[in-house]
Design a protein around this ligand. Structure first.
Ligand code: CP
Ligand code: NVA
Length: 339
């Protein structure tokens, strides 16, 4: 399967077979790395990483994967370049496309990465926009496949802000790969009707199912995976916390909810996660809202500490798999399949 020259902006652009091929390539590259077998297939190429928002996993995954493939990396953070202030995205794309062989972008509006891709002339990879986080889905699905040996037919329930980039991307990924996706959230936090309709149409072709419910017990009964993400995503104002806690405090992933899932269910989270008093925001939220909402008084928000620290948790496997899957995306889009 040849994906050379393709952008990786959203899973909408990729067929189920292509997504599966990327997951299989990730597994192969992971094995090679574990066995200490070098795979410097892109020796001497150069990539640039553009981050308008902070990152630990995505940045490090792109950097380490690039080094493992023999490439050189330039990192540009939210300040320090001309992009957006003195220079348009279109002009930045044309400049960087002449110097680099590939461009990673993390930003706000999804239309920004589309503009970058239109003008760059080299592959552009989405490291997260407000709408999608597609490299995260590959890592999550590699993790699920490692756990259960398959993806088709797996029942995955996402609990929380289902309207955000993770809710959108998981629903789409599950639809593409014939999985049973449920979003558990207040209706105001469901994905847009357009995205739901698109995913349902895809699901019809693949045997997947898409369910949306406000009932956390109904939506988690006997499922294989319970997944959650932060209640307030990067780029949202601090003022959003009050309304999100009000609407989501009853959707915290607790041990009781995990016990309602299947006996061998796992817990997943893209991270970073709020699960205690060891982050600045966790402490602030606890002080501000803890009295009104006792469930956040300990800095635990979308997930209880005893769930994320439990044997069912696979969050650090997912984090590691970011690197192997991002490596596969870069390799597949920069090299002919037969090279
Ligand atoms: N999961 C994820 O994208 O993490 P970072 O924000 O640290 O990159
Ligand atoms: N929804 C989160 C994902 C972080 C990886 C955010 O956009 O902040």
């Amino acid at each position: 399967m040849n994906m050379k020259g393709r952008h990786f902006l959203t899973l909408r652009d990729f067929s189920p077979e292509e997504i599966e091929a990327l997951i299989d390539l990730s597994a192969r590259l992971k094995k090679e790395k574990k066995e200490g077998r070098p795979h410097r297939h892109l020796e001497g190429k150069n990539v640039v990483l553009l981050f308008q928002k902070d990152s630990t996993r995505t940045r490090c995954a792109f950097e380490v994967a690039s080094y493992d493939l023999g490439m050189n990396v330039t990192y540009i953070g939210s300040s320090g370049s001309q992009m957006g202030t003195k220079e348009s995205i279109e002009d930045t794309a044309r400049v960087l496309g002449r110097m680099f062989d590939g461009i990673e972008f993390r930003g706000y509006e999804h239309s920004d990465i589309e503009k970058l891709a239109e003008h760059a002339g080299v592959p552009v990879w989405n490291g997260l926009t407000d709408m999608y986080h597609p490299t995260q889905i590959l890592a999550d699905f590699l993790t699920v496949k490692e756990e259960f040996g398959r993806l088709r037919g797996i029942r995955l329930t996402y609990v929380g802000d289902a309207k955000n980039n993770m809710g959108n991307s998981l629903m789409l990924g599950c639809a593409k790969l014939g999985m049973h996706f449920t979003a558990v959230a207040p209706q105001a936090l469901w994905p847009t009707q357009e995205h739901i309709d698109h995913c349902k149409a895809v699901a019809k072709e693949t045997g997947a199912t898409i369910t949306l419910t406000e009932d956390k017990w109904e939506g988690t009964k006997d499922v294989d995976v319970i997944y959650t993400d932060v209640w307030v995503s990067m780029g949202s104002g601090k003022d959003v916390w009050a309304s999100r806690i009000a609407s989501l405090h009853d959707y915290q992933v607790t041990k009781a909810l995990m016990d309602h899932a299947s006996d061998d269910a796992i817990f997943m989270h893209c991270l970073p996660a709020f699960h205690g008093m060891n982050t600045e925001i966790g402490v602030q939220i606890a002080a501000q809202f803890g009295q009104q909402y006792p469930c956040v008084a300990g800095g635990e928000m979308e997930v209880k500490n005893d769930v994320i620290e439990s044997e069912r948790s696979r969050v650090f496997e997912e984090a590691e798999n970011r690197m192997h899957t991002i490596k596969a995306v870069m390799l597949a889009t920069m090299r002919d399949a037969h090279e």
